[in-house]
Design a protein around this ligand. Structure first.
Ligand code: ADP
Length: 472
């Protein structure tokens, strides 16, 4: 099986979010299943290698699409402080075409072209339009993975010619969406299979509440839409070997985890005490993350229940909001408005609870990392959070606390239930153990992707677009 990944960011070379991690870890896990892969990505100015191809995993080659004007002269991936780059449609059309042409150049005839998010959505579109009669891609099928419905790649209709496909595709059955070009819609419509990053999110995005306007389009692809949970790299996130934390530990010497809590309380300027419940939060400060819910409970939580440490950066309004909290509750609240990979690890290791009250969450990595570090997640029942966290008060094999209603009251109640469990030493120890033993590695998901690729390349699985046969 030969797979070509198209991703606009790949760690360790470039990263703005979780997509970059997936673009590195999933190929590494797929290699172990016997898949041969190449990854295609743009070479931005910020790319941390000069090689071409570079390597990830054991054998996967990473090919960089180069262009001085579009990529290497820019430090940002999609934009700068002024906002998105105005020529993003030129840039990513170029990337998709060059990526396809490069596969021809190196003779890598992929069984499946696996594309991620709007930046690569034109690959499935090209295969069924501009490259329709190209014998090199005759047998290639396409998978399009959506990592977040909120980012769609929308451009004015006047720019349509930049895509290089016929004007007839600026239509309801093509890339047109309310008078504009919508690349994500193109990916959804033209790919043979669409996936997203958790089973629950795959269902949610077909509803008006979560579909960001494209729920109707997704419903038309229901039979070709699946959710496969992301994983985490168990070696990269390992409390036994993590060099950034105060004291390494594992499930058999959990008493050492407490040392991390005391060290974190000290460095964060919080009152030090093993018995004070410590709630951690690490995330982008964006509306998606449910910050309003947290804002609604913080003063009362700090006054009555325990300590709170936040690490995050993002929208200005949230920076201001949490700066206010820091002033309001100077003693039991520790706010860090920055990106800090080392402090994030100290929070995963040192906190008792990790809170994720998201409005929506396609998969979410924080809850899986927290559990790996024996830190109990308190999450809203949505997307990947619903698929990974089971409520302790609902099921004997629970690994966290879950609330459903999108309200501060529901969040507070879940925290109260968590603290009650925290106070019962034996019960708590068992819960922490259960959480740490959960397996969120990529292996199971990689196997699911392999099954999906196999189904797709099997007989008669090509999904023609509106009855269009590529061979005609
Ligand atoms: P999203 O992709 O929506 O940002 P995820 O939960 O999928 O959310 O992944 C976010 C990752 O980035 C997590 O590993 C989290 O720990 C990390 N992260 C987010 N904000 C920060 C920060 N300010 N400092 C360090 N790590 C962060």
């Amino acid at each position: 099986m030969k797979i070509a990944f198209f991703s606009s960011e790949v760690t360790p070379f470039t990263k703005t979010g979780g997509l970059a991690d997936v673009a590195e870890s999933l190929p590494s896990a797929l290699e172990k299943e016997g898949v041969e892969l190449v990854v295609v990505t743009p070479r931005y100015g910020a790319a941390k290698t000069k090689e071409n191809p570079a390597r990830i995993g054991k054998r996967t080659r990473v090919y960089f699409v180069e262009h001085p004007g579009y990529f290497s002269s820019r430090q940002g991936l999609y934009g700068d402080r002024q906002g998105d780059y105005p020529d993003n449609l030129d840039r990513f059309s170029y990337f998709c075409r060059q990526g396809l042409d490069h596969l021809k150049k190196i003779g890598f005839q992929a069984d499946v072209l696996h594309c991620h998010d709007w930046q690569t959505a034109l690959v499935p579109v090209y295969l069924k339009t501009a490259y329709r009669r190209d014998p090199f891609f005759e047998k290639s099928r396409t998978v399009f993975t959506i990592h977040n419905m909120a980012y769609q790649g929308i451009f004015p209709k006047e720019e349509f010619s930049k895509t290089g496909i016929g004007a007839e595709w600026f239509s309801v059955n093509g890339l047109e969406f309310f008078g504009k070009i919508n690349l994500l819609k193109g990916g959804i419509q033209f790919a043979d299979t669409v996936t997203t990053v958790s089973p629950t999110y795959a269902k949610e995005i077909q509803t008006k509440e979560y579909g960001c306007g494209l729920d109707g389009v997704l419903r038309t692809r229901e039979k070709h839409l699946v959710g496969i949970l992301n994983g985490i790299d168990a070696d990269q996130w390992n409390p036994q070997t993590d060099s950034e934390i105060a004291c390494n530990y594992s499930v058999v010497d959990l008493e050492k985890k407490v040392k991390n809590k005391l060290a974190l309380q000290k460095s964060a300027g919080l009152p030090i005490g093993e018995k004070i419940p410590l709630v951690g939060f690490v995330a982008r400060l964006a509306q998606q993350k449910g910050l309003e819910l947290m804002a609604g409970i913080l003063p009362r939580f700090c006054a009555e229940k325990g300590e709170f440490i936040l690490l995050g950066t993002g929208e200005d309004r949230y920076h201001r909001l949490f700066e206010e909290f820091q002033k309001e509750c100077p003693k039991r609240c520790s706010i860090h408005l920055k990106f800090d990979a080392s402090l994030a690890r100290q929070i995963y290791a040192g906190a008792d609870f990790f809170v994720i009250p998201s409005v929506y969450e396609p998969c979410g990595l924080g809850q899986m990392i927290a559990m790996r570090y024996g830190t109990i997640p308190i999450v809203r029942k949505t997307g990947g959070l619903a698929d990974t966290v089971r409520d302790c008060d609902q099921t004997p094999d629970g690994n966290g606390f879950v609330f459903e209603e999108h309200s501060s009251k529901a969040l507070y109640h879940a925290i109260e239930r968590g603290i009650k469990a925290f106070q019962e030493k034996e019960k708590w120890g068992k819960l922490v153990e259960r959480a740490m033993k959960c397996n969120f590695s990529w292996k199971a998901s990689a196997k699911e992707y392999v099954r999906l690729y196999e189904r797709l390349v099997g007989a008669n699985n090509y999904s023609p677009l509106q009855g269009m046969d590529r061979k005609k």
